[in-house]
Design a protein around this ligand. Sequence first.
Ligand code: FAD
Length: 387
Amino acid sequence: MTTPSVDALLPLTHLSEDERLLRDSVREFAQARIRPHVREMDEQAKFPRSLVDELFALGIMGIEIPESFGGAGGRFFHAVLVVEELSRVDPSVGVLVDVQNTLVVNALVRWGSSDLKNRVLPALSTKAVGAYALSEAASGSDAFALQTRAREDGDGYVIDGRKLWITNANEADYFIVFANLNPEAGYRGITAFVVERGTPGLTVGKKEDKLGIRASSTCEVILEHCRVPRSQVLGEVGKGYKVAIETLNEGRIGIGAQMLGLAVGALEHTVKYTKERKQFGKAIAEFQGVQFQLARAATDIEAARLLVYNAARLRDLGQPFLTEAAMCKIFASEVAERTASLAINLFGGNGFVKEYPVEKLYRDAKIGQIYEGTSNLQLQTIAKQML
Ligand SMILES: Cc1cc2nc3c(=O)[nH]c(=O)nc-3n(C[C@H](O)[C@H](O)[C@H](O)COP(=O)(O)OP(=O)(O)OC[C@H]3O[C@@H](n4cnc5c(N)ncnc54)[C@H](O)[C@@H]3O)c2cc1C
């Protein structure tokens, strides 16, 4: 038997020097610059532009964009670490950065023509936010039943339709819009377009008033005779379904990271609180009944982290990761909900009021089982690979 290399023996949670530095700098930033505003952002359902600018200044809005386009030249795993750390403090900030990197940047880096990349990637690295507009009122899980239509018009296309639930729509400068150019061909007519904010015919509509991740904007995006030149097609005409499937397969690892970070944050608050809160003459953390609950949550989180990191590392290695990505999202989102629920229980009455941070995390956790493919759809993906 040959001796395995040291690299092959590294645990999944081992971080390289650059990964550790990135994680620590984002952790510090989240504590100093986000933590003080979490409650206000949630209550006002607002994401301050100044915070968006700070995220750009930190260099985490174009993680996989090559340095030649002004990006960080990093890997998908770096994005996962960043989303985890931000979500530990505020999952609303986590999802803004997640959509930017794991969906929008990812799609442009993989499918953008060199012309599109030259025009859009430098902006996405430094100042422009992206949104990903696939869902519609009548097509959520059944995304490819979308009703938004595109038709050829001279040297470009005209898009008409209404997109619903679009994250980052308020802040976005670029929208990846999926429209069907040839409905007779079914999903093979779906084409992805990059539509710039300000293009006549594109408007951002109603902003949703949500249960959780309230600071993250979720809006309708309306396209009325919205004309775009041919150069705005992302990938090949009729291959938008491939762009959507493949980016969402990867994007859901980012949601796994968001939910992992949320769970870590909830448990940290809980450990601190249970060591401080006294009942029956001692800290409640001294009761074995409480300790066992904390230990179980820590075990859940460790398992979620292994699933998320493994899926992300498989993706970076170019190995199949479809099942692992679905598993990490479903599991991490359940762990997030369980951990935030336990946090409320162990905070007692204080867990139920807004003065303490955990009721917000419980509300935020719910979205993990819905967007980028509901838990049922993740189970469907896993089962398909098995049968
Ligand atoms: C806050 C938020 C942000 C979002 N951001 C974006 C975004 O940026 N871009 C975007 O394009 N979309 C976005 N979405 C949309 C999101 O991806 C969809 O809501 C999600 O895919 C579910 O679709 P739906 O809401 O239509 O639910 P439905 O598809 O109607 O599902 C309802 C229920 O039926 C179940 N179900 C459906 N089909 C099956 C089946 N075949 N087998 C078993 N069960 C099934 C589902 O699991 C679910 O429990 C966002 C949604 C929210 C709430």
